[in-house]
Design a protein around this ligand. Structure first.
Ligand SMILES: *[C@@H]1O[C@H](CO)[C@@H](O)[C@H](O)[C@H]1NC(C)=O
Ligand SMILES: *[C@@H]1O[C@H](CO)[C@@H](O)[C@H](O)[C@H]1NC(C)=O
Ligand SMILES: *[C@@H]1O[C@H](CO)[C@@H](O)[C@H](O)[C@H]1NC(C)=O
Ligand SMILES: *[C@@H]1O[C@H](CO)[C@@H](O)[C@H](O)[C@H]1NC(C)=O
Ligand SMILES: *[C@@H]1O[C@H](CO)[C@@H](O)[C@H](O)[C@H]1NC(C)=O
Ligand SMILES: *[C@@H]1O[C@H](CO)[C@@H](O)[C@H](O)[C@H]1NC(C)=O
Ligand SMILES: *[C@@H]1O[C@H](CO)[C@@H](O)[C@H](O)[C@H]1NC(C)=O
Length: 920
C-alpha cells in the first residue's frame, strides 16, 4: 500500500538528431541541481532571461486535526479567523488546536530544499513535522487517525525578468494551494504530474501558501512528518506543451502492434482556446534516393483545449512492415486568430517476444486510452483447442502497472495455462481504488484481449473471459474484494493478498468533525458501497484464498483475519494463510507456493461450475450497484437508505427457487453466467403461485414489486424512458465517473471559468479522465455529448431539467428542495426547504437521457460555487452523497456546516433517510 513512486517512461527514446527535422527540436533531459543557499546564481552573460525562484524559508502554522479524506469538505479551522491568507506571521499569536500542548499552536519556520534544473524549473521540498506534539501517545489512543492532521505553510514565489510569465505549478502531496490568495483546489495528492495548474504571473514576488493535509494512505503510518514537493516550471514561448512522459502506445510482437490506440497529454499554456487540427508521422529520411516513410498515425477530428487546460490527444498508430521503430510525429495546432504551428514528439515502438508480459492499450469507456500488461499463456502447457482462464492481478496504490515490479508480479506462475492480465486501473491509484473507474478499466482490458489476439495473429488458446481468477495486492487486494463482491458472477476465484477491507477500517475516521447523527449516517451510507465487510455473502460459491504477512505494518493482518472470520459466518468458508515474519510486500509475494498452488488448482478445474450453496444471501449495497449473482440481476431498490437483500433457497432438484427479498423493487434474471443453471420457476416472498422462467426472454422480463408488496412480471422496457433511475445512473455522487464517453463541463454563468478549469484539471489529475469545457449552456450542446455532464451555474442561471417532478429547483435565486414527506409528517419536518444565503453552495445529480447523469455544481454566488466544487470527485473515501447543500460555516465546520444531504430513490425522489434543516 505504501506508494513507491517509480518513474515510468513509456517507451520514449529520442531520435538521433540527424533524422529529426528542424521543426522538431530535441528536448534535453532535465537535470536537477540542489541549491543549498536558496539564492539564484544568474549567469552574467544572460541576465535578462526570465526565471522562477521559490523561497527557502517558510512560515508554518499548525498542526490542526483533520479526518481521513475530510479536507474536501473544507474543515480548515483557520477559516474561522478569516483564512490563513489573511493571517500575518506573528510569533506571539496562538491558535486553538486540539493537537497542541495547552490546546494551542503557534507559528514556526522551516527550510525547504530548493533544487533547480537547467530548463527553467525549480522545486521546493518541504518536510514539516511538529515534534512538540506527543504523537506516540495520541496514536496509542486514536491510532492512525491521529496522524491525519493539517497545517499551513507560507513562502514566496518570485518571477525574475521583465515580462509576465506562464508557469506550470505541480503540488506533489498537496490537495490545495494559494497563489496571491487565489485558491488552486485539487493539487496533486498522489504525485501524478499529469495536470499542472497553469498560471500567468507578473514579475516580482508572489505569496505561495500550501495547505498541508497529511494522508496516512499516501505517506504511511510509521512517521508523522508531512512531505510535499512544490514544483514550478516556466513555459517560455511555446503555446502548448506535449508531455512526452505521458506517451502511451502498445508494444510490438513479431512486428505487429497489439492495438492501434495511443495517446499523449497536451497542456495549453495560453489563455485562449487551442485547437489541435491534425497529426502526421514524419518521413524519416533518405537512403539511396529512397524516401523512408514512417508508420502511420491519425486522429479523429480536431481536439479543442480551453485556455490553461490539459487534455489527452488520442490517436492511432498503424504499423507498416519494415519501418524503423523510432519515428517523429508532427502535431499541427492553432490558437484563435493566429496561424497554424507545429510541434513534435517521438515514438519508439518497443518490440518484445511473445512470451513476455506486454503493454496493450485499449479504449476505456470514458473515451480515453488506457493500458494493461498482458501475458499470453505458454502454449506448451495448454490444450490449444480450449480457451484458457484469465488471472487478473490488481496492483497496489502508487504502483504503475508498467513498472518492472508490477510487470513481474506473476512471473513465477508462468507455465500455468492461463492468461495473465495486469490492468493499469488507468492510474497508479486506479483513480478510485478499483471501484467504478477501475472496474470499467478491468472490463475494457478483458474485452481488449480478443482484439489483441486478432492483431498479433496469436494462434494459441483464446481467453476464457468467463473463467476469471482475481488476485490483487494491498489496494488491489481491496480491489479484488470490490470486484468479487460486486460482480460475483464474473469471478471464478479470488485471492486478496495483503488487502484492506474498506477505507474506513484502514485509516479510521475518528478525527472527522462531528455532525448530527442523521447527517453522519447519510455520509456513511455514501461510503457503504465499498464497505466490503457487509458484502461477503455475495461470495458464496466462489473459492477465496487470502494471504497476509503476519508483520505487515502497512495493511495489518487484522484485515485478512477479519474477512476470514466474516466469511466463516456465511456458511461459505474461505482459506486464510498468514505468513509469519513477513511484511506487506516483498519480491514473490504474489507467487508464494501457497498462491501458485491456488492459481494452478483454479485454472485446472475442468469446469469452474462451483458448488453454489443450496441457500445463499445476496446483499445489494444501498447504492444499488451490483452485477448479477447466480443470474439474479437487481435493477432498482425501493429506498437508497437501506441495503437490498435476496435470500435464495433452492429446491433439492434446483428447479424452483424460493426467494425472499428486502427493499428490492425490480430485478431480472440473466441466462449468461456460469455459476449455476437458472431455475425453471421462482416463488417470491412466499406469495401464492410461482413465476415460470423463460431463459430465452429473461433479460427482457422484469420482476417488479408494487407498493403493496405484490410481485408481477413485466416485459415492457418503457420504464427506462420514464425518468426511472437505472444502470449507470446508480451510485453515490462518484457515480458521475460511470460515463460512456468523455465528460462535458458546461459553464452557465459568467465568471465560472476558473472553476470549470479546476474541475477539468482534477478529473484529469485524479482519474486521467478527459473532459471538454463547453461555453454553450443550452440543452442541445450537452445532449450531443455522449458522456455525463457537469453543469456550473450561479443563482438563477441553472437550466431546469426536463423531468418535471425532479425535487430540486431554483426559485428566485434560491435553491428549493422538495421532500417526499406527506403533510402529516412530524411537526418540524417540512415539504420544502429554501437556501439562498450568500456563500451557499450545492452539488446534486440529475437524470440525463440515455442512462446518463448530470452533476450540477451551484452557488448563490461565486464563493458558494467554489465551495461546492470541492465536492466533485477527486480522492476516494470522502463520502459525498447525491445531493449536498453547504453553508458558509462548512469552511471550518466541515460536514457540520451542511444544510442538506441525501440520496435519490428509483424515481428520483428524495429518500426519507436524507437530511435537511433550515439555515439559522
Ligand atoms: C511579542 O511579545 C513580546 C513581549 O510581549 C514583544 O516584546 C514583541 O514585540 C512581540 N512581538 C510581536 C511581533 O508582536
Ligand atoms: C503550557 O502552559 C504552561 C503553564 O501556563 C506553560 O508553563 C508552558 O510553557 C506551556 N507550554 C507550551 C508548549 O506552550
Ligand atoms: C534535502 O536534501 C538533503 C540533501 O540532499 C536530503 O538528505 C534531504 O532528505 C532533503 N530533504 C527533503 C525534505 O527532501
Ligand atoms: C522528513 O523528516 C523526518 C524526521 O522528521 C525524517 O525521518 C524523514 O526521512 C524526512 N524525509 C525526507 C524526505 O527527508
Ligand atoms: C483438448 O480438448 C479437446 C476438447 O475438449 C479434447 O477433445 C482433447 O482430448 C484435448 N486434448 C488433450 C491433449 O487433452
Ligand atoms: C460480467 O460478465 C458479463 C457477461 O459476460 C459482461 O457483460 C460484463 O461486462 C462483466 N462485468 C464486468 C464488471 O466485468
Ligand atoms: C394466498 O392464498 C390464500 C388462500 O387461497 C388467500 O387467502 C390469500 O389472499 C392469497 N394471497 C395472495 C397474496 O394472493
Amino acid at each position: 500500500m505504501l506508494p513507491n513512486f517509480l518513474p515510468v517512461a513509456l517507451g520514449l527514446i529520442l531520435l538521433s538528431p540527424t533524422l529529426v527535422p528542424a521543426s522538431c527540436a530535441q528536448q534535453a533531459g532535465t537535470s536537477w541541481k540542489l541549491v543549498s543557499d536558496g539564492a539564484v546564481s544568474q549567469s552574467p552573460l544572460r541576465p535578462a532571461l526570465p526565471e522562477v525562484v521559490i523561497s527557502e524559508t517558510w512560515d508554518i502554522l499548525g498542526p490542526f486535526r483533520l479526518g481521513t479524506r475530510e479536507a474536501i469538505w473544507g474543515a480548515d479551522p483557520l477559516e474561522y479567523d478569516g483564512g490563513f491568507h489573511n493571517l500575518p506571521y506573528d510569533p506571539n499569536s496562538t491558535f486553538n488546536s486540539a493537537l497542541g500542548t495547552n490546546g494551542s499552536v503557534q507559528w514556526s519556520t522551516t527550510h525547504a530544499n530548493i533544487s533547480r534544473s537547467s530548463g527553467g524549473q525549480v522545486q521546493a521540498a518541504l518536510n514539516v513535522s511538529f515534534p512538540a506534539v506527543n504523537w506516540a501517545f495520541m496514536q496509542s489512543v486514536y491510532g492512525w487517525s491521529a496522524l491525519q492532521y493539517q497545517a499551513w505553510a507560507r513562502g514566496v514565489l518570485e518571477i525574475k525578468g521583465s515580462q509576465p510569465q506562464t508557469i506550470a505549478l505541480f503540488g506533489d502531496g498537496l490537495l490545495e494551494f494559494l497563489v496571491d490568495g487565489e485558491s488552486y483546489f485539487g493539487g496533486d495528492m498522489f504525485r501524478y504530474h499529469r495536470a499542472p495548474s497553469l498560471i500567468k504571473l507578473t514579475p516580482g514576488h508572489h505569496t505561495l501558501e500550501l495547505r498541508l493535509t497529511r494522508d496516512v494512505r499516501a505517506l504511511g503510518g510509521l512517521r508523522n512528518a508531512v512531505e510535499v514537493i512544490f514544483h514550478a516550471e516556466l513555459r517560455g514561448q511555446e503555446p502548448i506543451t506535449l508531455d512526452q512522459d505521458s506517451l502511451l502506445v502498445s508494444e510490438l510482437v513479431n512486428g505487429r502492434i497489439g492495438s492501434p490506440w495511443a495517446s499523449i497529454n497536451v497542456q495549453n499554456n495560453e489563455e485562449q482556446l487551442v485547437e489541435i487540427k491534425s497529426i502526421c508521422a514524419l518521413k524519416v529520411g533518405l537512403f539511396h534516393h529512397l524516401t523512408i516513410t514512417a508508420h502511420r498515425v491519425s486522429m479523429q477530428g480536431p481536439l479543442r483545449i480551453a485556455g490553461h487546460q490539459s487534455r489527452p490527444l488520442i490517436f492511432t498508430v498503424l504499423v507498416e512492415a519494415g519501418r524503423e521503430p523510432q519515428f517523429s510525429v508532427e502535431v499541427t495546432y492553432q490558437t484563435a486568430g493566429k496561424s497554424s504551428r507545429v510541434i513534435c514528439f517521438n515514438i519508439n515502438l518497443e518490440q518484445r517476444p511473445l512470451s513476455d508480459p506486454l503493454r496493450m492499450t485499449y479504449l476505456h469507456p470514458a473515451g480515453i486510452v488506457s493500458y494493461a500488461i498482458l501475458r499470453a499463456p505458454p502454449t506448451k502447457s495448454c490444450n490449444i483447442s480450449l480457451p484458457a482462464p484469465v488471472i487478473l492481478v490488481l496492483h497496489g496504490a502508487g504502483l504503475e502497472a508498467d513498472s518492472p515490479q508490477a510487470r513481474g508480479m506473476l512471473d513465477a506462475t508462468y507455465g500455468t495455462c492461463a492468461w495473465i492480465l495486469i490492468p493499469s486501473g488507468v492510474t497508479p491509484w486506479s483513480g478510485d481504488d478499483w471501484h467504478y473507474w477501475g472496474a470499467a478499466d478491468i472490463q475494457a482490458a478483458m474485452s481488449a484481449i480478443a482484439n489483441w489476439v486478432k492483431r498479433t495473429a496469436w494462434d494459441g488458446p483464446p481467453a476464457a473471459l468467463d473463467k476469471l481468477i482475481v488476485a490483487g495486492h494491498s489496494n488491489g487486494g481491496q480491489g479484488a474484494w470490490y470486484f468479487s463482491t460486486h460482480f460475483p458472477d464474473n469471478v471464478s476465484a479470488v485471492a486478496p493478498v495483503s488487502g484492506y477491507t474498506s477505507i474506513e477500517n484502514y485509516v479510521p475516521y475518528t478525527m472527522w468533525h462531528d455532525s448530527e447523527p442523521s447527517l453522519s449516517s447519510v455520509l456513511s451510507r455514501s461510503r457503504s458501497t465499498y464497505k466490503h465487510e457487509l458484502l461477503v455473502g455475495n461470495l458464496a460459491g466462489i473459492p477465496v484464498a487470502q494471504q497476509h504477512g503476519g508483520d505487515d505494518d502497512n495493511v495489518p493482518a487484522y484485515h485478512g483475519r477479519l474477512m476470514h472470520e466474516l466469511l466463516g459466518h456465511t456458511q461459505w468458508p474461505s482459506e486464510y494463510q498468514e505468513l509469519p515474519g513477513k511484511g506487506h510486500w516483498y519480491d514473490g509475494v504474489m507467487t508464494t507456493e501457497y498462491l501458485k498452488d491456488f492459481y494452478r488448482t483454479m485454472v485446472n478445474q475442468s469446469s469452474l461450475a462451483r458448488a453454489l450453496p443450496q441457500t445463499f444471501t445476496i446483499t445489494v449495497p444501498a447504492s444499488g450497484v451490483l452485477g448479477s449473482k447466480a443470474g439474479i440481476q437487481v435493477d432498482q431498490l425501493y429506498t437508497p437508505d437501506v441495503n437490498g437483500k435476496f435470500r435464495v433457497a433452492r429446491s433439492l432438484d434446483r428447479k424452483t427457487w424460493h426467494i425472499t427479498t428486502r427493499n428490492i423493487r425490480r430485478f431480472h434474471l440473466l441466462a449468461i453466467y456460469s455459476q449455476a443453471e437458472l431455475p425453471e420457476a421462482i416463488v417470491l416472498d412466499k406469495m401464492n403461485g410461482t413465476f415460470q422462467v423463460d431463459p430465452t426472454q429473461s433479460t427482457e422480463s422484469w420482476f417488479v414489486r408494487d407498493a403493496e408488496g405484490q410481485w408481477s412480471i413485466s416485459h415492457d422496457s418503457i420504464w427506462k424512458a420514464e425518468y426511472q433511475r437505472y444502470g449507470r445512473q446508480l451510485g453515490a455522487l462518484d457515480g458521475i465517473v460511470r460515463t460512456q464517453g468523455k465528460l462535458a463541463i458546461r459553464r452557465c454563468s459568467p465568471g465560472v471559468e476558473q472553476v470549470a478549469l479546476q474541475i477539468s484539471r482534477n478529473f484529469f489529475q485524479y482519474f486521467a479522465a478527459d473532459s471538454e469545457i463547453l461555453e454553450d449552456c443550452s440543452g442541445t450542446s450537452a445532449e450531443h455529448q455522449p458522456g455525463n455532464v457537469i453543469t456550473l451555474a450561479i443563482g438563477q442561471d441553472l437550466p431546469s431539467t426536463a423531468m418535471e417532478s425532479y425535487p430540486i429547483r431554483i426559485h428566485q435565486g434560491r435553491l428549493v428542495i422538495s421532500t417526499s414527506r406527506s403533510s402529516s409528517a412530524l411537526p418540524g419536518f417540512k415539504q420544502e426547504y429554501f437556501y439562498g444565503e450568500p456563500g451557499t453552495g450545492a452539488v446534486f445529480l440529475r437524470p440525463f437521457p440515455e442512462e446518463r447523469l448530470e452533476l450540477v455544481v451551484w452557488g448563490t454566488d461565486l464563493d458558494g460555487l467554489r465551495q461546492a466544487a470541492r465536492l466533485v470527485p477527486t480522492i476516494t473515501g470522502s463520502g459525498q452523497p447525491e445531493y449536498v447543500v453547504l453553508g458558509n460555516r462548512s469552511r471550518w465546520e466541515s460536514v457540520a456546516g451542511v444544510y442538506a444531504a441525501g440520496h435519490f430513490d428509483w424515481s428520483w425522489r428524495i429518500s426519507p433517510g436524507s437530511y435537511q434543516v433550515d439555515p439559522m
